[in-house]
Design a protein around this ligand. Structure first.
Ligand SMILES: [Zn+2]
Length: 489
């Protein structure tokens, strides 16, 4: 038995935090709590990031050119030239994270051709729904001015842009990632998350090779945190489907769900909305109708896998909820399916989400990092409902918070909870304690509850000072998974 003392904060079932002065750990589990208000370091349940692309975070930390925060085309050109000089001949130059609202302009194919004429270049926008290519890359992919856009996507040859499912055309030509690449990325991403107090995460969308990377790391006992993985079913740009995954469950790894996409992103004005976007116009891209989603998701639902669907715009959210309602009618199930993002639900969407008992897995940090895009593009009158987490909470919808990194830079749950509290686009913010509680919902991802109640796994984060009293200054000092230190600051 080991005693961990300090100011221990444990939420009850309704999310009210109570203070204790110590907790006891035995064989990786919480064995007991000592009443009283302790002093010194603050100890909280380890956070669950319910939607974070672990491998992409790792890839960005290792192999990709990180373009997040690049604030001018000149700076972008400089970074590209520098990387171009360091890559071996013939290698593709891949980058991610540009955002025209931060850059001050849209980069173009002509711009890329001028800066890096000698090798294929593909730069993914921060949302990952829009990709920019130079002419070399388009040639390698066999894409020309006469190429026809696939359904659910669009190629804009002149601009060099690939929207939504059209990326599949380009992706086929990019040298494939290996199993070892994936393993390296997952571990790099996992350690980055741990350093921010995240002890469990959901990987939202894995192809068969990434699933194998996770399974192999788990078999070797190398996963430093708990991960739940959603399998991709319909790869972009291809008509054949991946097979449904075999359910997998160990102490560290769960494969129990599948992922679909119903629309695009809000920051790039491609989420499917009922009113036109300002400045750029259009109502976004609906990638799946309720009927199509129902047909695609039924086999997973029948197999006992939970379904998670990306839906941001009010139109997409309703389509997904209609599909889910049909799934539950076709075969009643205690599984709670999920909507990823849930950015702009209309009143009907809120009522239906509550009635079906599904999870809204949402990203408060967007309010800070994608604010400029929201302010610029959001359709008239949509501001008050944009990631309005207080409204979703009030409607009684199950909420789980997440970062969606590397769409954003910040993976810290404390920063996310702070954004929900201090940066709303909709009046009064969500209290910090609510935000932290919604970052403590591993059951949204098919993982066991982890709230430091006796009997729960001793997955915990230690802050150097009380995050409720000093939210701006509190730093992660130590992290434990199964009562074993996995990070020390
Ligand atoms: Zn995502």
């Amino acid at each position: 038995m080991r005693r961990v003392s300090g100011r221990v904060y444990v939420p009850d079932a309704r999310g009210q935090y109570r203070a204790y002065r110590a907790l006891w750990v035995k064989e990786g589990r919480v064995a007991g709590l000592e009443p009283g208000r302790g002093e010194g370091e603050a100890i909280l349940p380890g956070f669950h990031d319910a939607h974070v692309h672990v491998w992409k975070v790792g890839q960005l930390l290792t192999d990709l050119l990180d373009l997040r925060g690049v604030d001018s085309l000149d700076r972008l050109a400089e970074l590209l030239r520098e990387r171009d000089r360091r890559l071996p001949p013939g290698a593709w130059l891949l980058g991610r994270g540009w955002n025209e609202a931060v850059l001050g302009a849209w980069p173009s194919r002509a711009f890329l051709d001028a800066v890096v004429p000698g090798r294929p270049v593909v730069l993914t926008r921060t949302c990952a729904h829009i990709h920019l290519a130079n002419t070399k890359a388009m040639e390698a992919a066999g894409v020309g001015p006469k190429t026809v856009s696939p359904s659910g996507g669009e190629v804009r040859y002149q601009e060099g842009l690939f929207l939504e499912r059209a990326f599949g055309l380009l992706e086929r030509a990019i040298p494939p990632r290996t199993l070892e690449d994936y393993r390296r990325y997952v571990l790099a991403g996992a350690h980055h998350l741990l350093a921010h107090g995240v002890t469990s995460a959901l990987e939202p969308g894995a192809d068969p090779l990434l699933l194998e990377a996770y399974r192999s790391l788990d078999r070797e006992g190398r996963l430093p945190l708990r991960v739940s993985v959603l399998a991709l079913v319909r790869p972009d740009g291809e008509d054949t489907l991946y097979p449904l995954p075999e359910p997998y469950r160990s102490d560290r790894l769960v494969i129990a769900g599948v992922k679909f996409f119903a629309d695009g992103g809000l920051s790039g004005a491609s989420a499917a909305v009922s009113r036109p976007y300002r400045e750029v116009g259009g109502r976004g891209v609906l990638r799946l109708s309720a009927e199509e989603l129902f047909d695609l998701a039924l086999p997973a639902h029948e197999k006992g896998l939970f379904v998670a669907t990306h839906a941001i715009g009010d139109v997409a959210i309703l389509e997904v909820l209609r599909a889910y309602a049909r799934l539950y009618r076709a075969k009643p199930s205690p599984l709670r399916h999920r909507l990823e993002h849930f950015g702009l639900p209309d009143p009907k969407g809120l009522i239906l989400a509550r009635a079906l008992g599904v999870w809204a897995v949402t990203q408060p940090i967007f309010l800070e990092e994608l604010r400029e895009n929201f302010l610029r593009y959001l359709p008239e009158g949509f501001m008050p409902r944009c990631y309005n987490l207080a409204r979703v909470e009030k409607a009684g919808v199950f909420l789980a918070f997440s970062s969606d990194a590397p769409v954003v830079r910040q993976v810290s749950p404390l920063r996310g909870a702070l954004a929900a509290w201090r940066s709303p686009l909709w009046g009064k913010g969500l209290p910090l304690a609510r935000g932290l509680f919604y970052y403590t919902q591993p059951e949204a991802s098919g993982l066991p509850q982890a709230r430091l109640w006796p009997g729960h796994r001793a997955d915990l984060v230690v802050f150097d000072r009380d995050p409720f009293l000093h939210p701006e200054e509190a730093r992660v000092a130590r992290v434990e998974v199964d009562g074993v230190a996995v990070f020390a600051g």
